[in-house]
Design a protein around this ligand. Structure first.
Ligand SMILES: Cc1cc2nc3c(=O)[nH]c(=O)nc-3n(C[C@H](O)[C@H](O)[C@H](O)COP(=O)(O)OP(=O)(O)OC[C@H]3O[C@@H](n4cnc5c(N)ncnc54)[C@H](O)[C@@H]3O)c2cc1C
Length: 423
């Protein structure tokens, strides 16, 4: 039977980092993954460019992790986004900053990030077993003792780091295998749900594909509470699809649709779209009134050309029951007011999201009340550590999830190694 100090299960960003951190403490480390390759999700992240981390200040990073980001304050005091940037620079992978603080490898290749991690593991002597599915973790005398592979092989160790990810995009290996092992150790798994996922709608204009393929830039998109007040608003781009809506603003709003449906027991949630978020409604109305008055003979669709994308303009005019080719003079003040209101507050119903499997990120996971925030140790089982998306931490896209995975991985690996020393 083999014996290791630390076994890391899962070769995503959290597991790769955990194995490096444990090996840097001169421990004998084995990383096990069921796939043929390591870092499969990492290699497709950020559109194949890997949005490794984000350079915004820590408070902003936490704010962009609506799923329990505050839990990471302690972890960030030990290893944070700037440490990640330095870490990769030292591995020969300089990062560059893009919009909203997003950091990408200068190479623009996610695979270069994966390769750098693998090369560091190799240098440190981390042993790797791919195509080896862990079936369960062995707990003996209230202590972590090792793992059992699906082949039946038992591998002993002093500490186990579970880095098996969530349940999204299962073809990358993230199929939720780690949750029952955590439950076996007494942990609670909070309800899992899709986040950073396109939103579905049964509105007739979605079903008849009136707006399919239309992209809107820098719009303000809100999920409304039953009282009509916004639960959340995001100002970013979006796109209409054949099943609903997608794009950055939509991905960020998606978890709030799920939460609103659950909290208020709703089948449908109202969303509000402001296509001109930088314009005041009353001033916009007065400006358009002047435009319309100045060109009484011009068709309304031509007078309003350039205000918003043409397809959306025609769509809104139709919804306001304004014939697009009518001359401006025939448009009433009430009609113009309705049109302006539609520009600022177009309401439509959504009924959910695509599935957890299609989501970028899994919401929910191992309850953080049961995890030591400075070490990622289980509060129940000595020698057991968790990191990455398996934890109940979920951020917006923008490098926040990989940051969380790398930071929690760093702590889990370091402290699993320290645990071994103390035993
Ligand atoms: C398309 C896409 C793009 C993304 N882009 C970004 C981005 O740009 N920025 C960002 O911050 N986040 C992004 N994310 C999210 C981010 O990739 C994940 O949050 C992150 O990969 C989670 O890391 P992890 O280490 O926890 O788990 P994962 O990366 O999911 O890795 C888990 C590993 O565990 C292994 N495993 C599972 N079960 C077993 C078992 N029983 N035995 C052995 N091995 C097992 C799997 O094979 C897998 O290799 C993206 C996600 C997707 C799907």
């Amino acid at each position: 039977m083999m014996m290791y100090d630390v076994i890391v299960i899962g070769g995503g960003p959290s597991g790769l980092m955990a194995s490096i951190a444990a090996a840097e403490q001169n421990k004998r480390v084995l990383l096990i993954d069921k796939g043929t390759k390591l870092g499969r999700k990492l290699a497709i992240s950020g559109g194949g460019r890997c949005n490794v981390t984000n350079r915004l200040p820590i408070d902003e990073i936490i704010r962009h992790i609506p799923g329990n980001g505050r839990f990471l304050y302690s972890a960030f005091s030990i290893f944070n986004n700037e440490d990640i940037i330095r870490f990769f620079e030292n591995l020969g992978i300089p990062l560059k900053e893009e919009d909203h603080g997003r950091m990408f490898p200068v190479s623009n290749r996610a695979q270069s990030v994966v390769d750098a991690l693998l090369s560091r593991m190799d240098d440190l002597g981390v042993e790797v077993r791919t195509q080896s599915k862990v079936k369960k973790i062995v707990y003996q005398n209230s202590q972590t003792e090792g793992v059992i592979l699906e082949s039946g092989e038992k591998i002993l160790c002093a500490a186990v780091v579970v880095a098996t990810g969530g349940k999204s995009v299962p073809q990358t290996g993230s199929t939720g295998d780690g949750y029952p092992w955590a439950e076996d150790a007494g942990h609670t798994i909070t309800e899992l749900f899709p986040t950073e996922v396109p939103i579905t709608s049964a509105e007739p204009f979605i079903k008849d594909k009136s707006l399919q393929g239309l992209s809107l830039r820098d719009v303000s998109l809100s999920v409304l509470k039953p009282n009509g007040k916004p639960l959340i608003t995001h100002k970013m781009d979006m796109i209409f699809t054949h099943f609903g809506i997608s794009g950055p603003a939509v991905l960020r709003c998606s978890q709030f649709v799920v939460k609103a449906k659950k909290k208020w027991k709703l089948d449908e949630v109202i969303m509000e779209l402001d296509v001109l978020p930088d314009q005041n409604q009353e001033i916009l109305f007065q400006d358009l009134q002047k435009t319309v008055k100045a060109e009484p003979k011009k068709a309304i669709k031509n007078a309003l050309k350039g205000l918003i994308p043409e397809r959306y303009l025609l769509f809104l005019l139709e919804r306001c029951e304004i014939e697009a080719s009518l001359p401006c003079a025939s448009i009433s003040i009430e009609q113009l007011r309705t049109f302006v209101k539609m520009c600022k507050k177009f309401h439509f119903k959504v009924n959910g999201t695509l599935s957890l499997e299609k989501a970028f990120v899994t919401g929910g996971g191992i309850s953080l009340k049961e995890i030591e925030p400075k070490t990622m140790a289980s509060k129940f089982m000595p020698g057991l550590y968790f990191c990455g998306e398996i934890l109940d931490i979920y951020g917006y896209t923008g490098g926040y999830n990989i940051t969380s995975a790398l930071v929690t991985g760093r702590l889990a690996g370091t402290n699993a190694a320290k645990f071994v020393e103390g035993n």
